[in-house]
Ligand binder design. Structure first.
Ligand code: PLP
Length: 475
């Protein structure tokens, strides 16, 4: 028998079951092991090799979700998830994403759904205001923001726009042949190296600048390297400063790096993927001191701002440079609104053409929490991390590796690398909490990243007790 399309009434019934399923999931989430306890291939082997010839009932799909899929989930939304970085979400965001799926519009240009474009312009301007970004990043000025899938894509977009600025749009026409050089630090996210490769700059033309004892880029070393490259006939064109590195949450000095970029005519991109969210609170804004010197700035509401993956906001100071770089107008997309020049066509602001209506989930989140609600939750995470760091400092058996700027605590158990890894693996395998490690100065360091939507003091406390107990047992 053929399964026909669901009717709206059938969808109403099944859809409500699915909402219940999601609500139940959140209600029971603490019962699941945070890190999936499965072996490679196990989930696939539990499912049929071939697709069904005949349509199946929704109930059997839901049953398999429970029985086959959930066991293979690492629960990023668990309040005991302290690994990597948060990729948190919230019910308003889930609902906003659902509306986006329901409407199913393509927002590639203004004309294909005016509200998708205009709401996006509005919410990214709201965000710029909420974070007190410089006026030039707003759509009412020379710049503006656009929602992208990830910080990686934003980095690629910035590198390509910078390349076209440096070569006066020649690379777009003739291919990349200039001797362009870009600069990052040894702590910059790997997506920058990838962007440099993809943009045709070449990884040999990427300079990795040394960091100081707080893992921030050393501006004097950057300056020296730029001078050196110029004297060899190369053209410095792009620098990435990070506000909150992935490994240790290090904060580059945007002002000092920015001043060098101004003098040397380099595009300054600020990668604030994780820590950008903290700019909602005025007391943390000193970390972006000098941001008015930046050409582009990006952060991920899909990390710490209660908004479902994927959602990265990318702002530029001069949208004309972006549009000159990415604009293409095929005949079948010609329309009056575009020709009038009165509208934004976001497909000209980035790599892809088609785009989801992602502004909806941001709009739902911002309207639900309000500025004060978001500030409250961010401050709570920072405060929990500071509290955790305090416990580490007071303890005889642990060392605090760095004073945490915000919500990421880097620490070690007293003992060698193997011992630290053993303690971490043992906790992760218990399923009671999940955290990860990094390497700083050649040494294994444990990372406690606090930013899950539902993390409360009791979760951090329990995990701290678990860490102490495990270290004690394994010593
Ligand atoms: C997480 C992170 C990225 C990568 O983010 P994606 O959105 O997954 O591409 C880049 N830079 C920093 C500093 C990050 O924390």
């Amino acid at each position: 028998m053929i399964n026909y399309h669901l009717t709206p009434d059938q969808f109403r019934e099944q859809g409500k079951k699915l909402i219940d399923w999601i609500a139940d999931y959140y209600e029971n989430i603490e019962q699941f092991p945070v890190l999936a306890q499965v072996k490679p291939g196990e989930i696939k082997a539990s499912l049929p090799d071939s697709p069904p010839q005949k349509g199946e009932s929704f109930d059997t799909v839901l049953r398999d979700l429970d029985e086959k899929i959930v066991r293979g989930i690492t629960h990023w939304q668990s309040p005991n998830f302290f690994a990597y970085f948060p990729s948190n979400t919230s019910f308003p965001s889930i609902m906003g994403d659902l509306v986006s799926s329901g409407l199913g519009v393509q927002g590639m240009i203004w004309a294909t759904s005016p509200a998708a474009t205009e709401l996006e312009t509005l919410v990214v301007d709201w965000l710029a205001e909420m974070m007190d970004l410089p006026e030039k990043f707003r759509s009412s000025s020379t710049g503006g923001g656009v929602i992208q899938d990830t910080a990686s894509t934003s980095a690629l977009t910035a590198v390509i726009a910078a390349r076209e600025r440096a070569t006066h749009l020649e690379s777009n026409k003739k291919g990349v042949r200039q001797n362009l050089v870009a600069y990052v630090s040894s702590q910059t996210h790997s997506s920058l190296e990838k962007a440099i490769k993809m943009a045709g700059i070449g990884s040999e033309n990427l300079r990795v600048i040394e960091v100081d004892d707080r893992f921030a880029m050393q501006p004097e070393v950057l300056k020296k390297q730029i001078m050196n490259d110029k004297s060899n006939g190369l053209i410095p064109f792009f620098v990435c400063a990070t506000m909150g590195t992935t490994s240790s949450n290090a904060m580059d000095s945007i002002r000092e790096i920015g001043e060098i970029c101004r003098i040397e005519n380099c595009w300054l991109h600020v990668d604030a993927a994780m820590s950008g969210t903290a700019m909602l609170c005025p007391e943390y804004r000193h970390f972006m001191d000098g941001v008015e010197l930046a050409d582009s700035f990006s952060f991920n509401p899909h990390k710490w701002m209660f908004t479902n993956f994927d959602c990265d906001v990318f702002w530029v100071a001069d949208r004309k440079e972006l549009i000159d770089t990415f604009s293409i107008l095929p005949e079948y997309l010609r329309n009056k609104a575009t020709e009038s020049g009165e509208v934004f066509d976001y497909r000209d602001w980035h790599v892809q053409l088609g785009r989801r209506f992602r502004a909806l989930k941001l709009w739902f989140v911002i309207r639900h929490y309000g500025v004060e609600g978001l500030q409250f939750h961010i401050r709570k995470h920072v405060q929990l991390a500071q509290q955790f760091a305090g416990w580490i400092e007071e303890s005889e058996a642990f060392d605090l590796v760095l004073k945490p700027p915000l919500n990421l605590v880097c620490f070690r158990c007293k003992g060698d690398d193997d011992f630290n890894m053993k303690v971490m693996n043992s906790i992760n395998e218990s399923g009671k909490a999940f955290f990860t490690h990094t390497k700083l100065n050649g040494q294994i360091v444990l990372r406690m990243s606090i930013g899950q939507t539902h993390t409360e003091e009791r979760h951090v406390k329990q995990t701290w007790e678990l860490i102490q107990q495990t270290a004690d047992e394994l010593a």
